[in-house]
Every structure is written in structure tokens, then in C-alpha cells.
Design a protein around this ligand. Structure first.
Ligand code: 4AD
Ligand code: MG
Length: 433
């Protein structure tokens, strides 16, 4: 017979099962004990009646401490009043390991304490729910790309040059020379799609971000996608379909997790069903100005501006065509009617203060224009010769984007700080364990 886990309780109602797990809390009256049990797949209450079990089992119930491991023999019962819908009538307890006093108890702990003890904090309900949503998002992304005919193309973590903002590079000693931890696999993917058509990568990337916001990690997971013969509008179509798919899967498959997190999902539901907004950077700034913001038309969107745009529309917004001067060298550029150089790009801003979850653009496909730009920005042209060559042999219009896994999980789960969305976060202050 199939092995029991709490998540499969619906298929075991009325049956005798063995649960292999931990006790995360308990209540006892001296005659009846209520054990809060978990096994990794979920949570369930076990009821032990002194009159109905052996003395050994009753004593075990009394002896169990928080986070002790235990094997529980019992009968699964439907229990509409419990959050999981089920309960266990305990027949027998086998103690595996008695835990000494668990540092994370019932009382409220500050985030500092919880993250110093992240290895233990991982056993709590919030991390359980958030990290399972993360797992779902990861699978939605890879499934989506597989179905859409993309090839997974793993890009190097050790890179000899910068792929984004040069001020955010982690440099490492590499034999007799220097290398950098990747900021994005994009440049390599651009080479990849000239062989494979459509490709994506998915892995950890690194940014020496001094900004201590609730949206920044030094190490995070990014999925870069790149597509030949795609202009920026087609690029945004793919992003919109991907995000809708991620949200739909999470709503369908993470119901219990979202309930534990007390997440109101109405905005997410709206994003699944309605078309995302596409607005030019200039028009977004103008809208903000009309709302009383003191905007700088030539600069990036500020934190407050991104939050306001998200609140205003209540649905994800592509902000398009940023001033070229504040964007990366590889973006395709044009000069607008106000004589401002613009990138053909978009950042996707999510509502509910989630802010930017995707950055993407059409890439410069002219060898000469890209060379001119590299020189203008004082990049070492020799280092980028291979990248220039993508434009030399059969250059085509192409575009792509990068989605931040943790930013996306933060939005869906609704947790305040991005550090909750990755098992062991790395920030300017979080480096252990
Ligand atoms: O906007 P970014 O910097 O874009 C790129 O790196 C492009 N090369 C991607 C591409 O076109 N292939 O980063 C992409 C996404 C952001 O939208 C955000 O979701 C996430 O990565 N991100 C971060 N997430 C957590 N902590 C940080 N410090 C992040 N910086 C960027
Ligand atoms: Mg960005």
C-alpha cells in the first residue's frame, strides 16, 4: 500500500496509518493530549486519550517536547473544524528523539533572531508555506519554457566581464587573474539563441547591492530568457503569459500555503484574468507628476514611484522605454520626438508594493552601434569581442528578459521582506548560517 503522508490524508480516512514526523506543539489536560504534528508535507492534530492507549504511549505523549521526532500510529479522521480538514486518533507513539528546549518557542521573536537561527526557523509554518510557493514558482517557470519550445542553456557563474551595473560586481581571485560572480547569464544566452533559437537559464546570480531594502538580496535566483526574431512587444507578450501562468499555478496548487500566510489573493486573481498595462516611462512619470510627485523625467523610477504605479493600476505594469543613459549598454536605442535617447525595454512592476519583478529589453543588433556604445562607456572592447561577434555573423532582431525568483515569490506570498523567500538568505547583513 501507498505510504502515508499528511498531505494525502484525504485518501486515508478511516484507515490506520503511520506518520513519521515531529511534534511542533501540544496541549494536555491530563486525560487527553492534543499533539500538533508535522511531517514536512503538512500539519495535522493528533488526539491521544489516556483511557484509549497503553501506559507507554500515554507517557510518551507526556514526555514529548517541541520538535521531538516521533512515529505515530493512528486512524485518520475527517475533521471539518481543523484547518487541514483531518485529525489523527492516536493508537501508539514511538519516540525517535527527545529534543532539548527548542530555541524558537511560542513567543514572538524578532526577524534578527529568526534569521540567526534560520536552520531551525525553517521548521515553522511561514517558511514552510513560502518555500513551497517558491518550489511551485520554480516548476511553473521551467514547465512553461519547456512547453513553449525553449531550451535550457546553463550559463557560467564565473564570468570575465560585467553583464550589468559594473559597480555591483563581486570580484574573485582566479588563478593568476580576476573573475566575477555572474550578475546575469544574458550575454551568454544571446550567443546561445543563435544556435538554439529560444533558450533560458536558471540559477543563482550575485549583486554587490549596498541597498538594504526589503527587495534586495546579494545572492538571488534569476531566470533569463532570450529569443531570436523577437522584438520588444513580442518579448512582453511572452513575459505576460509566463507571469499569468506562475500566478494561476500558485492559486491552484498552493491553496493551503496561501491560507497559512493569510494572503488575500484578489489582486493576483485579477492579474491572471486581465491584460497587463503597457505604459511609456515618460507617460508614467507624467501620471505621477499629475498625482503630486516631484518627478525626474530623466531618471529611474524611485521606490515610491514604483509602488504608486502598482497601486494606481492594481495589475502588473510594463513601464517601457527608459532613458537610455540610465540603462545597460546592450539595449537597443532610439531617439524620441523630444530628442531623448530611449532604450527599447521594459521593467515589469507588480502591484501590492512588490515593485520590479522583471527587467527585459530588445538588444542592440548592429555591430557598429554596439561597438560605439561600448567605447562611449569606456568598456574594454577586447573583452566583449565575442559578444560583438554575435552581431557579425547573421545578426537578427532579438530580445529577452530576466525574472527574479525571490521578488516573484515575495509578491505571491505577501511576506514583508525578501529574506523570507530563499532558504538561506545572503544580504549585506545576513551571511550565516
Ligand atoms: O533588471 P535586472 O538587473 O536585469 C538583468 O539582469 C538582465 N540582464 C535580465 C535579462 O534581460 N536577461 O534583473 C532582473 C530581475 C529584476 O527584475 C529583479 O526581479 C531581480 O532580477 N533582481 C533582484 N532580486 C533580488 N535582489 C536583487 N538585488 C535583485 N536585483 C535584480
Ligand atoms: Mg532591473
Amino acid at each position: 500500500m501507498e505510504e502515508y503522508t499528511i498531505s494525502k490524508s484525504d485518501r486515508f480516512v478511516g484507515k490506520e496509518i503511520v506518520l513519521k514526523g515531529w511534534m511542533y506543539n501540544k496541549r494536555s489536560s491530563g486525560k487527553i493530549a492534543f499533539l500538533q504534528l508535522r511531517d514536512g508535507s503538512g500539519f495535522i492534530q493528533g488526539v491521544v486519550e489516556k483511557s484509549g492507549v497503553s501506559e507507554e504511549t500515554w507517557n510518551a505523549a507526556e514526555e514529548l517536547t517541541i520538535e521531538s521526532s516521533v512515529e505515530v500510529k493512528g486512524i485518520v479522521k475527517a475533521e471539518p473544524r481543523s484547518p487541514s480538514g483531518f485529525e489523527l486518533q492516536v493508537i501508539e507513539l514511538k519516540v525517535i528523539n527527545i529534543a532539548p528546549e527548542f530555541p524558537i518557542g511560542k513567543k514572538e521573536h524578532g526577524p534578527e533572531f529568526l534569521f540567526e537561527n534560520r536552520d531551525l526557523y525553517l521548521r515553522s509554518k511561514t517558511p514552510w508555506a513560502v518555500l513551497r510557493i517558491r518550489d511551485q514558482v520554480f516548476r511553473s517557470i521551467t514547465n512553461f519554457f519547456h512547453e513553449q519550445g525553449f531550451v535550457r542553456f546553463d550559463t557560467p557563474v564565473l564570468q570575465p566581464t560585467s553583464a550589468e551595473d559594473t559597480s555591483q560586481l563581486f570580484e574573485i581571485d582566479y588563478y593568476e587573474s580576476k573573475m566575477y560572480l555572474t550578475q546575469s547569464g544574458q550575454l551568454y544566452l544571446e550567443a546561445g539563441i543563435m544556435g538554439l533559437g529560444k533558450a533560458y537559464d536558471f540559477g543563482p546570480v550575485f549583486r554587490a547591492e549596498k541597498s538594504k531594502t526589503r527587495n534586495h538580496l546579494s545572492e538571488f535566483w534569476m531566470m533569463d530568457a532570450e529569443m531570436a526574431y523577437h522584438d520588444q512587444q513580442k518579448n512582453e507578450d511572452v513575459q505576460e503569459a509566463l507571469v499569468k501562468r506562475i500566478l494561476k499555478d500558485a492559486l491552484e496548487n498552493c491553496k493551503e500555503e496561501l491560507k497559512i500566510l493569510e494572503r488575500d489573493t484578489s489582486v493576483i486573481e485579477r492579474a491572471v484574468n486581465e491584460k497587463f498595462i503597457r505604459i511609456k516611462h515618460y507617460d508614467a512619470k507624467k501620471l505621477l507628476e499629475e498625482k503630486g510627485f516631484k518627478v525626474d523625467y530623466n531618471d529611474d523610477m524611485t521606490t515610491e514611484e514604483e509602488i504608486e504605479i502598482g497601486n494606481h493600476f492594481g495589475i502588473p505594469v510594463f513601464i517601457e522605454d527608459y532613458p537610455f543613459a540610465i540603462k545597460a549598454f546592450y539595449m537597443k536605442k532610439y531617439t524620441d520626438e523630444r530628442n531623448i535617447d530611449r532604450a527599447i525595454n521594459a521593467d515589469l512592476i507588480a502591484p501590492e508594493e512588490a515593485r520590479e519583478i522583471i527587467g527585459g529589453s530588445q538588444r542592440e543588433d548592429s555591430y557598429d552601434k554596439l561597438l560605439t556604445e561600448l567605447k562611449a562607456r569606456n568598456y574594454n572592447v577586447e573583452d566583449y569581442q565575442w559578444y560583438l561577434n554575435i552581431r557579425k555573423y547573421g545578426s537578427v532582431e532579438h530580445s529577452g528578459f530576466g525574472i527574479g525568483l525571490e521578488r516573484t515569490v515575495r509578491w505571491i506570498s505577501g511576506v514583508h521582506h525578501i529574506r523570507e523567500t530563499i532558504p538561506f538568505p545572503r544580504t549585506t547583513v545576513l551571511t550565516k548560517p
